[in-house]
Design a binder for this molecule. Structure first.
Ligand SMILES: [Zn+2]
Length: 222
């Protein structure tokens, strides 16, 4: 889980502004990648955003204890990006963002429970934006929302959308009986195809090829 520092114990020292992390049991420290906002202004990725995950083993341990407390810290370039304390109650969690000591912000988040197939319960956050159940809540400019409310994309989704023009261009080439390689000349007109049809397909194919080449150039520039 990137960008997560998880402590257990009493996080009160943090709320008093001492930030003495040695008082806590530090479980994991990692840095968020620097590309919080994509260089080209595209959709941000889930992995780049600070998030709290209800499935984390330590959260699962704490969630059923009365007033189980946990603190999460997100760093980037060794600077604290976000520091939150969470206290779990039976049906809600109280999240206090203490990144700004002067004006800590508190948010109550409802908890939902679903029955597991093999017994027991599974806990979820109810997104403060859409009320849908979600395992992860993301921090974004003072807001705490689910992935779909923030329009965050999975890395695989972004890769798929970047690959799409190339895949379509290759399918068009194969449809004309040619090689799918974009480095070879565009396939010639099949013998029984009308020129008008061929011209239309070729125009379409070349449009996707131009997009594919641009995506590749953008990717190489990154
Ligand atoms: Zn939502």
């Amino acid at each position: 889980m990137p960008g997560l520092t998880l402590f257990d114990g009493q996080p009160d020292a943090v709320t008093k502004g001492e930030r003495n992390v040695t008082k806590h049991c530090c479980l994991m420290i990692s840095e968020l990648p620097p590309s919080y906002v994509s260089a080209r202004g595209g959709r941000r990725r889930c992995n780049d955003s600070p998030a709290i995950d209800i499935r984390h083993p330590r959260v699962r341990e704490l969630i059923d204890r009365p007033e189980g407390r946990i603190s999460w810290q997100f760093n980037r370039n060794s600077l604290t990006l976000c520091y939150v304390n969470i206290v779990f109650h039976r049906d809600h969690a109280v999240l206090t963002d203490v990144t700004d000591h002067v004006q800590p912000k508190t948010l109550s988040i409802s908890l939902l429970r679903t029955l597991c197939n093999y017994g027991g319960w599974r806990s979820w956050f109810a997104c403060p934006g859409c009320s849908q159940r979600c395992a992860k809540l993301y921090f974004d400019d003072g807001r705490v929302l689910c992935r779909s409310c923030l329009g965050l994309a999975y890395r695989s989704q972004l890769q798929a959308s970047a690959e799409r023009p190339r895949l379509i261009a290759q399918r068009i080439r194969r449809g004309l009986g040619g090689s799918p390689s974009l480095f070879e000349p565009f396939p010639a007109k099949p013998p029984r195809m009308h020129w008008r049809t061929y011209d239309r397909i070729r125009e379409n194919g070349e449009r996707y090829e131009a997009r594919a080449v641009k995506r590749l150039a953008d990717w190489l520039e990154r």
